[in-house]
Write a protein that binds this ligand. Sequence first.
Ligand code: TYD
Length: 335
Amino acid sequence: MRLLVTGGAGFIGSAFVRLAYQKGIQLTVVDKLTYAGDLKRIQEAKSTEFYPIDISDRPSLESAFINGRFDTIVHFAAETHVDRSILNPDIFTLSNVIGTTNLLELSLKYGIERFIHISTDEVYGELTSGKSVKFKETDSLLPNSPYSASKASADMFARAFNRTYGLPVMIVRPSNNYGQWQYPEKLIPLFIAKLLLGEKLPVYGKGENIRTWLFVEDCVEAVFKVMEKGVAGEIYNIGSDEERRNIDVVRGLLMIMGKGDDMIDFVADRPGHDFRYAVDTTKTQSDIGWSPSVTFEKGLEKTVKWYIENKEWLLNKKREADEFVGLIKERYQKT
Ligand code: TYD
């Protein structure tokens, strides 16, 4: 197997690249290296062929298909931050929708044998109660943010390319990931960085929204198994039973980092803020034989430790992210 990983310098994509490299797989990476991409994440994957390409730029993307040698694509490349999508929806259409259709078309043209499209649980929309109901792969898509709408649209194209042209596409829908190398605009690394700097933690609304947390290394193991054992045309949810209210995640961080509740700052809520995400993973567990191995408490401790050990990287990225975080604050206060 020869692999092309799009978004391979991103948070989840790079964890997948490191895993595939450890397994001795020949790799090509395409990444636009936006603010969220960083080649440091994959410096240990030494023989990787790298193309600094924007997937929404069709001619450049085709050059990777002409020059690269791969038969399988794992497509992580995407704009992923909901808050950014609220400020700038257009770049989400460009990268996530046009970028994905470019890849699908070129995959047909160049005879790609397996295409794993990385989606998100956010395409299902929100669950409105904290009860045991969870999203199944057969549920309809009801995205609420520009981000999730762009991902749902990409999923629809991926499905259509399988149904119409027989492209062997599998769709994977993971829940919220956390772990090392995540860009500090997302909840967990942002709040670790803020606590290291003695800054207060801006919790949206009352902190009651619920997310299901999946350790990034568990996530990429699942993607790897889908790549090996998944069936073309199928969708696979990836998640854990680790559902937490945001306020409980924040309290967990405060406890690990030895800080108190006085660091919490309840701020204006995100517009359209989805209440709860949770996915039913029965199908994935039985069809591909995967289940998560890291509990949230263990994973969170490991994550905090890694960011403390890599404080310089974290705080440099945090400085870059600050301007954007400030814009978000202004915007939400007005709505
Ligand atoms: P995030 O990491 O942005 O992921 P997603 O929106 O894709 O789930 O946010 C996780 C949760 O944390 C979400 O409910 C929004 C909330 N949140 C805050 O309360 N404050 C923040 O500063 C951020 C970034 C997120």
